[in-house]
Design a protein around this ligand. Structure first.
Ligand code: BGC
Length: 377
């Protein structure tokens, strides 16, 4: 009995290998696991790609990179941007399902707003990859691909400490450094990443806040106080203006601002400049995404740092995942415990972020081909 099973297994495996070898063509390895969208020949299948907004440069790069990598593999692509409007994204994802997409790659605006669409997708056998931002509150999220979001926050705080002269470049505390005043900003409360960034940063700042080497001048140290709905630069600018008026107009010096995203950093710097800060008197301001405008600002000595996340890696990995799914293979993941979306722990592939300052931008951003020197002029 045992032997018979073994023989059947060997024959089946051999058949699968020879079938895989025969089916040529892009995206057409033709593996058939018989489960949902992974079944049958999916060469040339439609993949829906939902992105949040074109306001931020990074999502344009992400969308373009995902689309071209999918097309290189022979898939058809429906790439949509939702202008940061939740109902628009809901509609776009519904349309992708109606059009017969076999896989959805989704970077949400509000991680919890697409549950009905995810239910419909699951019923239709469509697999869902959560792209950079975790889709929350639904079992019907198959995979997640992102950067180590907690580490992004740690890196943001480490660069703030380094810029303030409180820690060395590796984050080791420098004893005897003068105490500093800071303010802290957080991202959008409907984006799961925002709390990871904030928690990573605040845990890193905690020993300095506890021993008095850092003070949050306004006392606003809670996520809800620091959050910036939809990562909106104008909202951050208005909050910075209020903080300057309430806390820093009577001679108290503001030394640093923890900012979670380059667009927010631009809003913060604009409020400071509007209040009369010159470039050389600006506090240490952090960021994220290495957007061209902010890298230029870093080169000009305004913003201090940003966090580089190579969107090419993220895009490629999401496409490898989609291609695996469409060929009946189980995508590779490297973190199957961190990202609990409140309905399940979503199998995840994480990349690592890099701190960028004036000292290393050339090496990290230009030598890697992410930008040309001209892009940053
Ligand atoms: C992304 C960040 C980005 C932010 C604002 C987050 O979900 O992970 O890279 O800065 O959204 O777009």
């Amino acid at each position: 009995m045992k032997n018979k099973k073994l023989i059947v297994g060997i024959v089946a495996a051999g058949l699968a290998i020879s079938l895989a070898g025969c089916s040529g063509g892009a995206g057409g390895r033709g593996g058939d696991s018989g489960s949902g969208s992974s079944g049958g020949d999916n060469s040339g299948a439609l993949v829906g790609v939902a992105m949040p907004t074109k306001v931020s440069e990074r999502w344009i790069k992400d969308g373009d990179a995902v689309k071209s990598a999918l097309e290189d593999k022979g898939y058809k692509v429906d790439l949509e941007y939702a202008d940061n409007k939740i109902p628009q994204q809901v509609q776009q994802v519904s349309n992708m399902i109606t059009k017969g997409a076999k896989v959805l790659i989704v970077a949400s605006i509000d991680g919890g707003s697409l549950s009905d669409q995810l239910d419909s997708a699951a019923k239709a056998g469509i697999k869902v990859i959560s792209y950079d931002r975790l889709l929350t509150g639904s079992e019907n999220v198959d995979y997640y691909v992102s950067f180590d979001n907690y580490k992004v926050g740690v890196d943001q705080a480490t660069s703030l400490l380094t810029g303030l002269g409180l820690a060395d470049a590796d984050g080791a505390k420098i004893d005897g450094a003068a105490a500093k005043n800071i303010e802290v900003f957080a991202g959008s409360p409907d984006d799961n990443n925002a709390t990871f960034f904030f928690n990573g940063a605040m845990e890193t700042l905690k020993p300095y806040l506890e021993d008095g080497s850092l003070t949050i001048g306004s006392g606003q140290d809670q996520f809800t106080q620091a959050a910036t709905l939809q990562w909106d630069p104008a909202t951050a600018k208005a909050r910075m203006q209020n903080l300057i008026a309430s806390t820093y107009s009577g001679g108290t010096k503001l030394d640093g601002v923890l900012s979670p995203y380059d667009g927010i950093s631009i809003g913060i710097i604009s409020a400071l400049e509007g209040a009369g800060y010159s470039d050389s008197a600006l506090p240490i301001v952090t960021g994220q995404d290495a957007e061209a405008a902010s890298v230029k600002s870093i080169i000009a000595g305004q913003q201090y740092s940003t966090i580089y996340k190579d969107t090419r890696q993220l895009a490629d990995q999401s496409v490898v995942m989609a291609d695996d799914i469409l060929n009946g293979k189980t995508p590779e993941t490297n973190d199957d415990k961190t990202y609990d979306n409140k309905a399940k722990v979503v199998p995840t592939y994480l990349f690592q972020p890099t701190i960028v300052t004036k000292d290393n931008y050339k090496e990290v951003l230009v030598d890697s081909g992410y930008y040309t020197e001209d892009d940053l002029k």
